[in-house]
Design a protein. Structure first.
Length: 215
């Protein structure tokens, strides 16, 4: 871990602000960080992170898009900071961080579902989750197992899950097929799945007035 910059920040430091461009991710090794959004001038807390946690990574998966939250230090922190290339190298070299990140992504997707956010927002989260599996070396997934997991843990209906996967298939980012009678999902791109999905969905919703690209 020593090859990556290690920095310390005191309580009250704002690491990044919602809406600003971002180019780095953080691994929290000590202290606490709060992630929040601002609605009509009021702060809405989304999470309080403790070690080990990964945050700020969404802008790297989505090609340097604007930050979707503000990150503020609640207790003095120690963090690793890394750019896009360094972050992906770090994930390759540190399997335990990959597992933490996948778990966090699942929890974010579950939280988004519980808060009844719009379908495109959950779609973004799922695209990021699939990219993490790809980085972790998993290109083929069991459709029924993943669908059942989402239904059981996120409280969504099966047709809702099918809609998400159909959208990704229409974008030619995944293919849905069968192998020995078992339905499978195969990721077709080698990298940048989340960034490509976000760009394609934005284009589709701009053209179709908010609908996912399902035909």
């Amino acid at each position: 871990m020593s090859k990556y910059p290690v920095n310390q920040y005191p309580k009250g430091t704002v690491l990044f602000t919602e809406g600003e461009p971002g180019d780095k991710a953080y691994v929290l090794k000590g202290g606490k960080v709060e992630l929040y959004k601002t609605f009509e001038g009021k702060k809405k807390s989304l999470a309080v992170l403790e070690p080990l946690s990964v945050f700020g990574e969404m802008v790297l998966f989505q090609g340097g898009t604007a930050r979707t939250t503000t990150a503020e230090v609640l207790e003095d922190i120690v963090v690793l900071e890394m750019n896009h290339k360094g972050f992906h190298e770090f994930l390759d070299q540190t399997p335990e961080i990959m597992q933490i990140l996948i778990k966090q992504m699942v929890e974010r997707l579950r939280s988004a579902t519980e808060k009844a956010v719009q379908l495109p927002q959950i779609f973004d989260s799922l695209a990021n989750l699939l990219e993490l599996f790809l980085i972790n070396g998993t290109q083929i997934l069991d459709y029924a197992a993943l669908s059942r997991y989402m239904v059981d843990n996120f409280g969504v209906v099966e047709v809702y899950v099918d809609t998400l996967f159909d959208a990704l298939a229409k974008m030619k980012l995944i293919v849905i097929g069968e192998a020995k009678g078992v339905k499978k999902i195969k990721i077709l791109v080698k990298e940048g799945l989340a960034e490509k999905a976000l760009a394609m969905m934005k284009n589709a919703t701009d053209e179709d007035g908010g609908a996912l690209p399902l035909g």
